[in-house]
Design a protein around this ligand. Structure first.
Ligand code: SF4
Length: 75
C-alpha cells in the first residue's frame, strides 16, 4: 500500500486563513514529502481561484490582505 502524504485529512492544508507561522509550519511538513515535486507541478496548473491552501510548501490561491478579518455572522 502506498504511503499517504502528511497533508491527507489535515484541514490546515486547505484552510482559507493561515498565519505566516502556520504556513511556515506546513512548509516544513511539505519539505519532507516524497511527492513534493509532483504536488508543486500540479498546483502550478491550477487557477489561483481553485487552488487554495498550502501546496508543496507554498500558500496558493487568492491571498487576503494581512489585516483581513472575516466578518462576523449576522445574528
Ligand atoms: S508536498 Fe503536497 S502532497 Fe506533500 S504534504 Fe505538502 S501539500 Fe501534501
Amino acid at each position: 500500500m502506498a504511503a499517504r502524504p502528511a497533508c491527507a485529512g489535515d484541514p490546515r492544508f486547505t484552510a482559507d486563513f493561515l498565519s505566516a507561522a502556520a504556513v511556515a509550519q506546513l512548509a516544513r511538513i511539505c519539505a519532507q514529502c516524497p511527492v513534493r515535486q509532483a504536488c508543486a507541478a500540479y498546483a502550478d496548473t491550477l487557477s489561483p481561484y481553485t487552488a487554495s491552501g498550502v501546496w508543496a510548501g507554498r500558500r496558493r490561491g487568492v491571498v487576503q490582505r494581512a489585516d483581513y478579518r472575516p466578518r462576523k455572522e449576522a445574528s
